[in-house]
Design a binder for this molecule. Structure first.
Ligand code: DC
Length: 230
C-alpha cells in the first residue's frame, strides 16, 4: 500500500495534535508536531537572554539560529515523539503559557520559518507522515494527498487549553488563556510570511460539536479514502 502525506492545519487548540497522533498510530505513520519546533525556538530564546520580560532581540535570535538544533525522539511509553532542543528533552517546557505568549512573535520571523520548513520537508520526504501546524498544506507540503483544516470556536478552544494547563498544574486564569488564543489567532492569520489560511483543496472540519471518537472516525475514513484513490 502506497503511503501518503497528511497535512493538518488550523487555529491553536483545535485538537489538531490529538487527532494527528491518533491517525498516525492507526495508519502506522510518523507524527510531526511542527508547532513544537516553533515552541522550541521560542524556548531557546527565553533561555538565552533573547527574550526577557517584555523585550525580544530578533537580530540576536537570527544570528544564533544555526545553534538551535531541534529533533524528535519517539517515546514508547507515551506513544509519540517528544521534542528535543540541543539534545535535551523540552517536551514539557515548550508547553507553558509563557512560551505560548511569545511563540507567534517568533513564528513571524522569515528566517525561523525558512529553517524549520526545510527540516519539516526533510522529515516528510518518504511520505507516511501526519504533520500538523499552520502552513503545512499551503507551504510545507502543497502536494499533500490529504489536507485537513480544523476549526472550532475560540471559547471551545480556550476551555480545552485551560483544562490541559490545569492538569499540568499551571496557575493560569481562563481569561488569560482565552485572550492568548485570540491574540495568537490574530497574529497567525495576519502575519506576512505564510499566514494561517485554508488551502483551496483542504477539507474543513469544525469539531466544536464532535467528540474525539466521532472526529477520529471521520478523519480516518477520509485518510483511507485518500490512500485508496492515489
Ligand atoms: O500548534 P501550536 O499552538 O503548538 O503552535 C505554536 C505556534 O507556532 C502558533 O502560535 C503558530 C506557530 N506555528 C506556525 O507558525 N507554523 C506552524 N507550522 C506551526 C506552528
Amino acid at each position: 500500500m502506497k503511503k501518503i502525506t497528511i497535512a493538518i492545519d488550523g487555529f491553536s487548540s483545535t485538537g489538531k495534535s490529538t487527532v494527528a497522533k491518533q491517525l498516525a498510530k492507526a495508519l502506522g505513520y510518523v507524527y510531526v508536531d511542527s508547532g513544537a519546533m516553533y515552541r522550541a525556538v521560542t524556548y531557546y530564546a527565553m533561555q538565552n537572554d533573547i527574550i526577557s520580560n517584555d523585550s525580544f532581540n530578533v537580530e540576536k535570535l537570527i544570528s544564533e539560529l544555526n545553534e538551535v538544533k531541534i529533533c524528535f525522539k519517539y517515546n514508547d511509553r507515551l506513544g509519540f515523539a517528544e521534542v528535543y532542543l540541543n539534545g535535551i528533552n523540552v517536551e514539557k517546557e515548550v508547553r507553558t503559557l509563557e512560551v505560548s505568549q511569545w511563540v507567534s512573535k517568533v513564528a513571524e520571523i522569515s528566517e525561523v520559518r525558512k529553517m524549520l520548513v526545510r527540516q519539516q520537508q526533510q522529515m516528510g520526504q518518504e511520505k507516511g507522515v501526519v504533520m500538523d501546524g499552520r502552513d503545512i498544506g499551503t507551504v510545507v507540503f502543497p502536494d499533500a494527498e490529504l489536507k485537513l483544516f480544523m476549526t472550532a470556536s475560540a471559547e471551545t478552544r480556550a476551555k480545552r487549553r485551560y483544562k490541559e494547563l490545569l492538569e499540568r498544574n499551571e496557575k493560569v486564569s481562563y481569561e488569560d488563556v482565552l485572550s492568548n488564543v485570540e491574540s495568537r489567532d490574530l497574529i497567525d492569520s495576519t502575519r506576512e510570511d505564510s499566514p494561517l489560511i485554508k488551502a483551496d483543496d483542504a477539507i474543513e472540519i469544525d469539531n466544536s460539536n464532535l467528540n474525539l471518537e466521532e472526529q477520529f472516525e471521520k478523519l480516518y475514513n477520509l485518510a483511507q479514502n485518500a490512500i485508496n484513490h492515489q
